[in-house]
Design a protein around this ligand. Sequence first.
Ligand SMILES: Nc1ncnc2c1ncn2[C@@H]1O[C@H](COP(=O)(O)OP(=O)(O)OP(=O)(O)O)[C@@H](O)[C@H]1O
Ligand SMILES: [Mg+2]
Length: 360
Amino acid sequence: MSLQAQSSEVVIENLGLSFGDTQVLKGIDLTIKAGEFFSFLGPSGSGKSTLLRAIAGFGPEPTGRILIGGQDVAKLPPWERNVGMVFQSYALWPHMTVAKNVAFGLEERKVARAQIDKRVKQALDLVDLADFGERRPSQLSGGQQQRVALARTIIIEPRVLLLDEPLSNLDANLRVQMRGDILALQKKLNLTTIFVTHDQEEANTTSVRMAVLNHGILQQVGAPMELYDAPANRFVASFLGTANILEGEVRTNGQLTAFLSSGGLQIPIRQGADSITAIAIRPQNISLHTPGGGTSEAELRFKAVVSDIEFLGSTLRYAVKTGQETMLVDHVHEPGDRVFALEEQVDMAIVPDHVTLLRG
Ligand SMILES: Nc1ncnc2c1ncn2[C@@H]1O[C@H](COP(=O)(O)OP(=O)(O)OP(=O)(O)O)[C@@H](O)[C@H]1O
Ligand SMILES: [Mg+2]
């Protein structure tokens, strides 16, 4: 295999970007390592595509700096940045064959014919479409079109592969299969890859690290599990999975430092976190018990009443009222397990170690 990637690092420094008077990216600092699979994750309108496009050189000129492989690319047009971008719509040319579509980037670069033919074959082989070169895009399935878009991008041997929600047009099963294929290709070519998605599972399963964006501001960067287990703020805690977020304040009384929620729950926390005004607890880190039953010393107990029950398949999700707080609690569902009834009195148990202090 001779398709190569030079696999460059991408460094973003204090990046800002506005459309007219509206600033949509603010103070972004981020380093994506060479060869890393990295995701931008965030809700619709958070600036993911805008940031990706700024790296590729599309859109208004940003403030701050973008370095690709140590080179400041601010003044370079997209085609001189040597990055490959796959758009959500694939943007294949319908009147050209698959092979022609894939060859296009090299033809534009005036690569010799024999070389083009060889690389088209390699690129189509890599995405498992060796026999599809003479078809038109309309004669392909969504997943195959997606692979043509990938082949067309990697054939130019980009320093960085940029993928803007490349799976969103595919059905659920194909998405799972394609994300595996993309990951395998990325590993094979050792390509620095930035993947934009608003689908957490997609980001979690593919990425070494990811950045969560909201309103054009970077919220947190880290490995998927790190962000899930130690979200820095309210937004990340509730965007990644489900979290009970309790507002309140820290009170110290003699030896005891505790977070007192506005709904009346008191949870001991470590000292030195006086400025905390919110905590998060995941539903699966809370359990329900018949009153007085199954006590463990590590747990805090609160009296609660079941106010809602949802059967989600692998879990039972309860809402319980305790003091003025309503908390979600997930129990793993097993056949024949004890199901609490609506209005039933229960004990709600929390392990203080599972409480996350939120800093913003
Ligand atoms: N060409 C444009 N002109 C003006 N505003 C724009 C333009 N493109 C994007 N925006 C605005 O910039 C913000 C960020 O948009 P962007 O497309 O980056 O979001 P996104 O995170 O990719 O969202 P989605 O998940 O819906 O694709 C939005 O508020 C959007 O309305
Ligand atoms: Mg987008």
